[in-house]
Design a protein around this ligand. Structure first.
Ligand code: SF4
Length: 74
């Protein structure tokens, strides 16, 4: 599955790391590390994490939209 976190938006709230610890890991207080090629079997956890993110920084299967949004910012 395709997974992207918009790190410009991410505020390090760590909700995702609680809900999907195999995929999202906080590194220090604010830096988030994640697995962009997460396995399909983790979809449910990831969907929950995406829903819980207070700033909607986690995009699942919307990578094209994110790339398009970035293109408009430039
Ligand atoms: S829940 Fe959202 S804001 Fe918090 S660390 Fe995860 S992606 Fe970032």
């Amino acid at each position: 599955m395709r997974l992207v976190v918009d790190l410009n938006r991410c505020q390090g709230y760590a909700q995702c790391a609680f809900l999907a610890p195999d995929v999202f890991v906080m590194h220090g207080e604010e830096a988030l590390m994640y697995d962009p090629g997460a396995d399909e079997s983790q979809r449910e956890q990831i969907t929950r994490a995406a829903a819980a993110c207070p700033v909607q920084a986690i995009l699942v299967d919307q990578v094209d939209q994110l790339e398009e949004a970035r293109a408009h910012v430039r």
